[in-house]
Design a protein around this ligand. Structure first.
Ligand code: AKG
Length: 345
């Protein structure tokens, strides 16, 4: 009999798998697909935000060349040695992170780059990950963020028009504000290794690795673009988890906590997560998180409260900075908005 000695890193990885539930491998086919050129897009976006909190966007206008340029630079970076990558970490909040997500003990089968979507943060991270030649990455990232932010702003404007609000820029102006607190993230999920598979088989462990644990996004709206490797799952209203088929040519947009508050609960901040389901290909995703300026007061838009129907604001008033501060103390899966509900259950 051959004795297998587990390296500490493998044993550590397996502690990640033990907490996982089996996932559903069949794809969800009812995902709303919204063509931004469709004259009916406003209504479709509102319906998708109310019913699901997420949707796929096609005809989005973000140039394919920009997406593939940034993706190939990200691949270059993630292929560096661990030592080189660690020089760009830890994420505080900008920087390279490996397995640890956030400051409160969450872990996943993931490595990532997290940064503020600002000129300074982009320049700083570009110099730390490509010290010899930061300009190529800086330009690719700057252009990508600009285009995706613009696309998210257009979607928010359509949503606001679809809700019948007269100033269509009521929400998008927060992202366009020079002090907006938008973030950007590159996630890299390695396929699980033969060593890990073998160990799982020996210990009779069902190998379903959590890449990124379930959570909602705190911001207004997020836009995920991934390569062709699956893994992203959303929770439906009844709590069922569904997998979405990857589509490198499209974006998956989701409602964040802040938009749920601004629409007084009409739009749903959707729980989502990533499972590593591939043992051959890496999953690479790029996520833009559209957030408001730090001091902005987050509250239901007046037209979202139908006073004639006796409606009131569901949430206490708070600033984005207060929300971030509170969220920073929580675990990924916590319901962060529950602390701000006026009538907590
Ligand atoms: O990597 C993905 O596809 C999504 C990850 C995610 O939800 C996040 O970074 O907040």
């Amino acid at each position: 009999m051959v004795a297998v000695v587990l390296s500490p890193s493998v044993t550590e990885d397996l502690t990640v798998t033990k907490t996982c539930k089996p996932n559903n491998s069949s794809y969800f086919t009812a995902i709303p697909v919204i063509d931004l050129q469709d004259p009916n897009a406003k209504t479709l976006i509102v319906n998708a935000c109310q019913e699901f909190g997420f949707f796929k966007v096609v005809n989005h206008g973000v140039p394919v060349k920009l997406i593939s340029e940034l993706e190939s630079l990200a691949i270059q970076f993630f292929n560096f040695s661990q030592l080189q990558k660690d020089r760009a970490g830890p994420p505080n909040p900008s920087g390279y992170g490996n397995k640890k997500i956030g400051p409160n003990g969450d872990v996943g089968w993931i490595e990532y780059l997290l940064l503020k979507a600002t000129h300074d943060s982009v320049s700083q991270i570009s110099s730390s990950i490509f010290p010899e030649n930061p300009d190529v990455f800086r330009c690719a990232l700057t252009e990508y963020i600009k285009e995706v932010k613009e696309m998210v702003c257009r979607v928010l404007e359509m949503a606001v028009e679809g809700l019948g609000i007269s100033d269509k820029e009521e929400i998008s102006k927060l992202l366009r504000d020079e002090n907006s607190d938008c973030m950007f993230r590159l996630n890299h999920y390695l396929p699980y290794t033969p060593e890990l598979l073998q160990t799982a088989a020996m210990r009779n462990i069902n190998l379903n690795l959590i890449g990124f644990g379930e959570h909602t996004d705190p911001q207004i709206m997020s836009a995920v673009r991934s390569n062709n490797t699956p893994g992203l799952q959303f929770s439906l209203k009844d709590g069922t988890w569904v997998s979405v088929p990857p589509d490198p040519t499209s974006f998956f947009l989701n409602v964040g906590d802040t938009l749920q508050v601004m629409t007084n609960g009409r739009f749903k901040s959707v729980r989502h997560r990533v499972y590593v389901v591939d043992n051959v290909r890496s999953r690479m995703s790029m996520i833009f998180f559209g957030g408001p300026p730090m001091g902005h007061k987050i509250a239901a838009l007046p037209s979202m409260i139908r006073e004639e129907q006796g409606e009131e604001s569901l949430y206490k008033d708070f600033t984005w900075s207060e929300y971030k501060h509170s969220a920073y103390k929580t675990r990924l899966a916590d319901n962060r908005l529950s602390f701000f509900l006026k009538n907590a259950p």
